[in-house]
Every structure is written in C-alpha cells, then in structure tokens.
Ligand binder design. Structure first.
Ligand SMILES: *[C@@H]1O[C@H](CO)[C@@H](O)[C@H](O)[C@H]1NC(C)=O
Length: 196
C-alpha cells in the first residue's frame, strides 16, 4: 500500500524541522566547545554549559550563563550543607562558616550578573573591573570554605568536599569566561548573524 500523501508530507516536514534545529544549534555548540577548550576545568565547562537551557548567542551570553550555573550550584551546595547532620563539633564549625561564605559568594555572583548586564551600556572598563572583582571574591569565598574543611580532615564527609570543590570549579570557569569576554572586547563574533 502506498504511504498516504499527508503522511509522507509530515515525515518530510519533521525531517526539515529537525535539520533546521540541528543547524540552529551548531554555532552554539561550537561557541561552547571553543570557549571551554582552555577553561580551568574544560570538561565541567562543556558539561554544564552544553546543558544550559537559556539563550546563548555570543560569548557575553555564555559568560552570563557560566555565572548563573555557578549561582545555582552554590545554592544547591548551600541547601545541602544546611540540612547536613554534622558528625563532630569541628565539622559543625566548618559547615557553619562555609554556609556563611557560600552565602557571601552567592551575593557576589548576583552582583557579578548585574554588572555583566551593564557592560554594553557604556564604560566597559569600569563595569568589567567590577565584574572581575565580584567574581574573584566569590571564588575566594568558595576556596576559603574548602580550606576550612581541610582542618577537619578525617571527620568531614567526602560528599561535602566534592560538592564545594565542584562549586569552586564552576566559579573558576565563570571567571575564565569573563576574562575571555574582556580580552575579546571589540572583536566579539555574534553567532546569531555570523557577522563580526
Ligand atoms: C549577545 O547576544 C544578546 C542576545 O542573546 C544581545 O542582547 C547582546 O547584545 C549580545 N552581546 C554582544 C556583546 O554582542
């Protein structure tokens, strides 16, 4: 029996749509791949930003995405720490300090995001220097939290360290992407139009 006309038409249409969707995603994939290639943690960069669901058409969008990922990982880590039943006094102290540090870090990442929004409103250097200050402060708080856990070696649960280490790596990648935005300022390619 012949395939009904409308069915072949539908198959053709679906084929066209999926080809278009693939082509549409190709520049974004390429942007993520090339931008993550020399990040501090390339595999984490690729994994977290390939699955990022927001709009990304250029490096500036990608850097914002990196900060948002860092913010959401920080929040998840903070929730995890908050519900943790500490096994020792030392651990309890490290967790308490860390909650405060991650809280500060989240404030700093929010400031980073709002400064990133302003990059195009003029005075690039001033806003970029604020962005770099805020995100570096966030990273430094993540690392101070990790240092706190070093002193309770043997007591602390390994999943706590793993989660905070991951937050610090994601934040470090965000800082790297921001540096890329800084260095490519004035020569940023926009993949949505293909123009430079
Ligand atoms: C990047 O793309 C966004 C839209 O996704 C646009 O609003 C913004 O102006 C672009 N930034 C640069 C630096 O080209």
């Amino acid at each position: 029996m012949r395939t009904p006309f409308f069915l072949s038409f539908l198959i053709l249409l679906l084929g066209l749509i999926s080809t278009h969707a693939k082509n549409h995603n190709a520049p974004r994939k390429e942007l993520v791949r090339t931008s993550c290639a020399h990040a501090s943690y390339p595999a984490i960069c690729l994994r977290t930003l390939s699955s990022y669901s927001g709009v990304v058409t250029n490096l500036s969008d990608l850097a914002k995405a990196g900060v948002k990922v860092s913010l959401s990982r920080s929040k998840a880590a903070s929730n995890f720490l908050a519900q943790l039943k500490s096994q020792s006094k030392k651990e309890q102290g490290a967790v308490r300090d860390c909650l405060e540090l991650i809280g500060n870090s989240m404030d700093e990442l929010s400031q980073t995001l709002s400064e990133l929004q302003k990059l195009q409103s003029g005075d690039f250097r001033w806003h970029m220097s604020n962005v770099e200050t805020w995100v570096s402060a966030a990273l430094s708080n993540d690392n101070t939290c990790l240092d706190g856990f070093k002193e309770v070696e043997g007591y602390i649960r390994s999943d706590v360290k793993r989660k905070i280490t991951n937050v610090a790596r994601v934040t470090s990648n965000a800082l790297y992407l921001i540096d890329l935005v800084d260095h490519s300022h004035g020569k940023t390619a926009d993949i949505s139009t293909g123009h430079n």
